[in-house]
Ligand binder design. Structure first.
Ligand code: ZN
Length: 321
């Protein structure tokens, strides 16, 4: 079978803190509750997004990886390495931290660590996230946490649409009320909850915290989580390199009219943030609208994007595969 661009059907996740913006983006009627997350490209067991088009329709990425490994990379990949989500927060989420690969391997039954990043798509006036902390060492962190001095301990940063934050494993973080964002992350879900604003859950209890493990993995030399974007202009494409780390690279693409893209040596995931157009490849075309998510196979060859499109593209770093 010749490689072709894959389109995915998102998996919606109901969350107590979810809002209503994901239903609008995807124009979906089904979920009645608060949809907090849409897993738009996922092969994570708790929510795999099925392929919606062509011969592979209905299949999951793990199945395609077995039969068409060259679509992903020239190199062997153990599992699909990325997870792309949209999150719509109608309330403050708990303050948390994720372990790195090494810690997860030893302490979480061989799981992956989780480095993630956030591209803010929409934000209510005054919206903010928590990113980083002010403790100088583990002892001070534990002390301030025990004394509930959260405002002193946690760093709150106001955000607006178009901003980008890199959240490596070990970075303390929390999504704030009123924010809609795109998250690109390692395919993992290991989270240590540090603080939940002392809220009582539906079952009448506070949610479990994992302060001890959190303090084990928190980074104390962390600093600047807002990276300096590198803007490259290539004809009708304005490409902003938002991050390039060991786990992934993330770019913002603005296509004004038409741009020809060369295949990378790895698959590329593209999420359409705004605009309208087409992705044209040797054997056909795919319509691009706000909310579309596409995987361009590693071995598909050249393709072009036509129209006016604002997209976030991500891929695994070729230097590490
Ligand atoms: Zn997180």
């Amino acid at each position: 079978m010749k490689p072709y661009p894959l389109i995915f059907e998102p998996v919606f996740k109901e969350r107590i803190w979810g809002g209503s913006r994901l239903e609008q983006i995807f124009n979906c009627k089904k979920p009645k509750g608060h949809i907090g997350e849409a897993w738009i490209v996922s092969d994570y067991p708790e929510g795999k997004s099925p392929i919606m088009n062509g011969e592979l329709s209905g299949k999951f990425l793990s199945e395609v990886m077995k039969t068409h490994s060259k679509w992903f990379s020239q190199f062997h990949l153990e599992k699909f390495p990325l997870l792309v989500k949209l999150l719509d927060a109608n309330d403050d989420l708990s303050v948390q931290v994720h372990p790195g690969d090494e810690y997860a391997m030893i302490n979480e039954k061989g799981g992956s660590g989780k480095t993630e990043c956030w591209y803010i798509i929409d934000s209510a006036p005054g919206a903010a996230i928590i990113i980083g902390h002010r403790a100088k060492d583990r002892r001070e962190f534990a002390e301030l946490a025990r004394e509930n001095r959260w405002n002193e301990l946690l760093v709150r940063v106001p955000v607006k649409a178009g901003e980008f934050f890199f959240i490596p494993s070990g970075a303390v973080h929390a999504l704030g009320k009123g924010i809609l964002l795109l998250e690109v992350q390692q395919s993992s879900d290991i989270t240590y909850r540090i603080y939940d604003y002392d809220r009582i859950g539906l079952d009448g209890n506070k949610r479990e915290l994992h302060l001890e493990k959190a303090i084990d993995v928190i980074e104390f030399n962390g600093g600047n989580y807002q990276t300096v974007p590198n803007v490259v202009r290539e004809n009708d494409l304005v490409k902003t390199i938002l991050i390039s780390c060991n786990h992934f690279a993330v770019e913002k693409w603005i296509v004004e009219n038409m741009h020809v893209f060369k295949s990378l040596k790895v698959f590329v995931l593209i999420y359409i943030v705004d605009g309208k157009g087409q992705l044209i490849y040797e054997d056909g075309l795919i319509h691009l609208i706000k909310g579309s998510s596409i995987m361009v196979p590693a071995n598909m060859g050249e393709y072009k994007i036509q129209g006016r499109i604002e997209a976030i593209a991500c891929y695994i770093n070729t230097s590490i595969v």
